[in-house]
Design a protein around this ligand. Structure first.
Ligand code: GTP
Ligand code: MG
Length: 200
């Protein structure tokens, strides 16, 4: 798919404030600092579209970006950022889960996992919650440029093997780097295919 235009539309504090049009929407979620905003910039080819930062917890709202005037990308706040107060974490979790469970336009949720780390409880529990709630999702391994090809392959294979102990089958898996742009075509082709499906 060719990206002709991509622009920021709105930041919303709750799902009921999000854009009301019935368009396909793809949201990106994962732990703080996993690379959600960087991936969105890489996919759209716009360096400063979503705000990135080496300080975790930068994204605090539900951010909508309109692509090719016909579908949305959504940048969500990261979960599990330890240096936030309990109160703030609970508020963010409510916002994130409210959006995911309540947004009928959301065609697919991309769950980002830092490819350098072994499976973390917080991600596994989050994916379990998605499964229980029937949320369609895919897994995106990020920052593969930070690993050698051999190490990357092994970490991802081990991760998938652990998932298969809990799940009967794996969701679609994408291997990416926002630095060298790998995985871009695979994700955009996947989105293009889903854009052809009728919205519910
Ligand atoms: P929050 O909004 O705080 O939850 O973070 P985020 O998940 O949006 O992460 P963000 O895109 O802001 O990236 C966090 C840090 O990781 C930044 O310093 C990025 O430059 C770096 N980063 C993101 N993706 C990659 C990647 O593919 N490769 C490398 N080497 N660094 C990356
Ligand atoms: Mg971000």
């Amino acid at each position: 798919m060719i990206i002709n235009t991509a622009r920021f539309v709105i930041s919303s504090p709750t799902v009921d404030k999000c854009p009301s049009e019935n368009m396909h929407e793809y949201a990106f979620i994962g732990r703080s600092n996993v690379g959600k905003s960087s991936l969105i910039n890489m996919l759209t080819g716009k360096k400063n579209l979503a705000m990135t930062s080496s300080t975790p917890g930068k994204t605090m709202l539900i951010n909508h970006f309109l692509v090719n005037e016909s579908w949305y990308i959504v940048d969500l706040p990261g979960y599990g950022f330890a240096r936030r107060s309990k109160d703030d974490r609970a508020k963010l979790e409510k916002m994130i889960k409210g959006y995911i469970a309540g947004r009928s336009q959301m065609t697919n949720l991309f769950v980002l996992i830092d490819s350098r780390h072994k499976p973390q409880k917080i991600d596994l529990e989050f994916m379990e919650w998605l499964g229980e709630n029937g949320v369609p999702f895919s897994i995106v391994f990020t920052k593969l440029d930070k690993l050698t090809p051999t190490a990357g392959k092994k970490l991802i294979a081990d991760y998938c093997a652990e998932l298969l102990e809990r799940w009967e089958e794996l969701p679609p898996v994408f291997k990416t780097s926002s630095e060298d742009r790998r995985g871009r075509d695979a994700i955009l082709n996947y989105i293009e295919e889903m854009n052809r499906l009728p919205l519910q």
